[in-house]
Write a protein that binds this ligand. Structure first.
Ligand code: FMN
Length: 365
């Protein structure tokens, strides 16, 4: 069995330096269980759970997503944590919870952090294995309290500036997320090839590369760029166990690297898998240009939210052309639907072979 061991493995107590990115609107319960059982970090996604709380703001129909008995957000997360803890008990798998902390989402963020703390306090097995809260999409500074409860705290950033801010706030690891990534991205189009080494050089805190990673080649590259591991979103959608609609999984497998588009999302821009819906959202987004491209906040655009709401309905109805689906440019490098364990094992094996053989090839004798 191949092993690649980094400081991220020690920090979290995981075998492989791979994180599954939080991916709403699904809870990613099944995916988190599979990833965690395979020795990497599985992550529960909370963003869709807030749909019952913010029916106006979220372009998601909570009842269709979570069933007719859609519970309040904290109860949904509590059940999810229990489900993932039960599904990983045998393997002793480690897992985490992703909590977006965007300004528009703060009431829900507070609830999700509180519920995570309550869950670890009420069960010693959960306390041992639910090791980390991953905050994203907002200002990390108010969330340092997470660490007082014995949890690790990671934060997602799109720039060196934000990485330094996260380090100052006291995070345990920084996830540097490039512009090629799926779903929410930054206003500034800085991709992983520039971002990851720049952040790794600028901070002392361990760095995890995100955006565009999918295989052993890209894991090895991340390690060479100074990262201690990778976070993958889009690659994990296209796995046997992932909670995503079969149509969404197939779209990831079928698309090439030019078939994503960045347009207005819920909190700032998002990267969509290209179809008629994404094209329409991007066209509307252009109404806000050049402010959009300059990264200025633009007031809520109801027309775009409406498009996203009907895109979600079309996703549930299986209409591929008009379904709202997010994904990164890395769709162009994904051509199969493996089990999560095979995917992770192959990534580690490939990265190890490359790290062992490339120096011999390029350094001469
Ligand atoms: C469908 C989808 C939904 C996502 N939702 C979230 C989310 O709820 N919270 C979050 O922090 N990141 C979210 N992300 C970003 C991922 O966690 C991850 O950082 C990103 O996908 C990495 O880039 P990649 O898609 O190239 O692997 C999402 C990504 C995708 C593809």
């Amino acid at each position: 069995m191949s092993v690649i061991h980094t400081e991220l493995c020690d920090l979290l107590g995981i075998k492989h330096p791979i994180l599954q990115g939080g991916m709403g609107p699904y809870k990613t319960e099944d995916l988190a269980i599979a990833v965690s059982n395979a020795g990497a970090l599985g992550v529960i996604s909370s963003i869709g759970m807030a749909a019952t709380l913010l029916p106006e703001a979220a372009p998601i129909d909570a009842k269709r997503l979570f069933g007719s008995d859609a519970d309040p957000p904290m109860a949904i997360l509590e059940k999810s944590i229990e489900a993932v803890a039960n599904g990983t008990k045998k393997s002793g798998g480690i897992f985490g919870v992703n909590v977006p902390v965007a300004a528009e989402f703060l009431i829900a963020s507070e609830m999700f952090v509180r519920q995570t703390v309550e869950s670890i306090q009420s069960d010693s097995d959960i306390e041992r294995r639910l090791r980390v809260i991953v905050t994203s999409a907002g200002n990390p500074t108010p969330w340092a309290e997470i660490k007082k409860h014995g949890l690790l705290w990671f934060h997602v950033v799109p720039s060196v500036y934000h990485a330094k801010k996260a380090e100052k706030a006291g995070v345990d690891a920084i996830i540097a997320s490039g512009h090629e990534g799926g779903a929410h991205i930054s206003w500034d189009p800085v991709h992983s090839m520039v971002l990851v080494p720049a952040v790794a050089k600028a901070v002392k805190t361990p760095v995890i590369g995100a955006g565009g990673f999918c295989d052993g080649r890209s894991l090895a590259a991340a390690l060479m760029m100074g990262a201690a591991g990778i976070q993958m979103g889009t690659r994990f959608i296209a796995t046997q166990e992932s909670d995503f609609e079969p149509m969404w999984k197939q779209a990831v497998v079928n698309r090439e690297e030019r078939q994503t588009l960045a347009g207005r999302g819920l909190f700032g821009p998002m990267r969509f898998i290209r179809n008629k819906r994404a094209e329409e959202i991007v066209e509307r987004t252009l109404d806000d240009a050049p402010r959009f491209y300059l990264g200025e906040p633009v007031e809520s655009n109801e027309a775009i939210l409406d498009l996203e709401r009907s895109g979600f309905t079309d996703l549930m109805d299986g209409k591929e052309d008009t379904a709202l689906m997010f994904g990164g440019e890395v769709v162009g490098r994904i051509h199969d639907l493996p089990t999560t364990a095979d995917l992770i094992n192959n990534i580690i094996t490939e990265a190890k072979v490359l790290l062992e053989t490339v120096p011999g090839k390029v350094l001469g004798r």
